[in-house]
Write a protein that binds this ligand. Structure first.
Ligand code: ADP
Ligand code: MG
Length: 297
């Protein structure tokens, strides 16, 4: 990771996604702005239904945005034609799905599963690369196992190997630790960190997992289809990562920032508004030296 030459690899500008069904319209992304740097390992957190999977699917090229701007690795995802999109999905992004059944084929062994995405390589090359990936995820000894002979955490690790098969530039993982215990979750996170550190691969993880979200450098919180705040790991904790437990106070380890979008808007958390008894759509604002104060009218 070239610390001094930061370059955005994902740029979302005012991204909107509307799902239309016969009788309803759901605005899953409501003008989402985010920039992710090349080589970052970051997490996206948010309640169920806040738009996390929708966001990941847009970046993964699995679904088209309704409006906004989305650039990934210099490509305008709005402008890719079908052929370019197929190429993009194969080469630029690797995806670990939330649902494991979607990651692995049950009638193939772990080793065979990992070879699946490598469509254009020779048999010899596929086998070798898959062996390397099995080693990377610590499952060389399970290479001939089928899906139902692997634990949830092992399936997840194979899914990661599959996602890495074509050597993507970005790894996207939707709730990769959602269905495993704390120990396995920690193991998987450590693996992501190792891969990120060794190869500089950009990794975006969507998660509910509070412990996991405390152990990455940057966490973006998504609320109602918009990034509402970001948590940045404090320097001293970045060096003492293993002291962080599920019980360590977030305030102690991460600085919280509210997001200021390009139009100058900030989103004030609903709980804060309620606590101050602010109702309706008007507040009073004062600028005092170096601070902005927002008050009940
Ligand atoms: P999360 O992953 O944060 O739980 P999602 O991105 O899956 O949230 O969903 C965001 C919103 O969009 C939800 O209200 C969900 O019901 C809706 N949604 C997601 N996918 C579809 C779809 N294919 N059709 C209609 N509505 C959808
Ligand atoms: Mg989801």
């Amino acid at each position: 990771m070239g610390e001094n030459e930061k370059r955005p690899i994902i740029e979302c500008d005012n991204l909107v996604k509307i799902y239309k069904t016969e009788d309803i319209e759901v605005m899953a992304l409501q003008g989402l702005d985010i920039t992710i740097e090349q080589g970052e390992l970051m997490a996206i957190i948010g309640n169920s239904g806040s738009g996390k999977s929708t966001f990941l699917n847009m970046i993964g090229g699995l679904d088209r945005p309704s409006a906004g701007r989305l650039f990934v690795d210099g490509k305008d995802l709005f402008k890719l034609n079908e052929k370019e999109l197929v190429e993009y999905k194969r080469k630029t992004v690797g995806f670990v799905w939330q649902n494991n059944a979607r990651n692995l084929l049950p009638y193939l062994t772990a080793w065979e599963n990992i070879q699946m995405p490598m469509l254009f390589d020779t048999e010899k090359k596929k086998k070798e690369r898959a062996l390397q990936l099995l080693e990377l995820v610590g499952l060389s000894h399970k290479k001939n196992s089928f899906l139902n002979q692997l634990s949830g955490g092992e399936q997840q690790r194979i899914a990661i190997a599959i996602a890495l098969a074509n050597d993507p530039k970005i790894l996207l993982a939707d709730e990769p630790t959602g269905a495993v215990d704390v120990k396995t979750g920690t193991y998987i996170l450590d693996m992501f960190k190792e891969i990120n550190r060794e190869s500089g691969l950009t990794i975006v993880i969507v998660t509910h997992d509070r412990l996991l979200s405390k152990k990455v450098h940057r966490v973006a919180a998504i609320r109602d289809g918009k990034i509402s705040s970001e948590l940045i790991l404090k320097q001293d904790y970045a060096e003492r990562m293993n002291e962080i437990t599920a019980f360590t106070e977030t305030k102690e380890i991460q600085d919280e920032f509210v997001i200021l979008d390009r139009a100058g808007r900030v989103q004030i958390p609903r709980e804060v508004l309620e606590r101050l008894g602010i109702k309706g759509n008007k507040v009073r604002m004062d600028v005092e030296d170096d601070r902005i104060i927002i008050m009940k009218p």
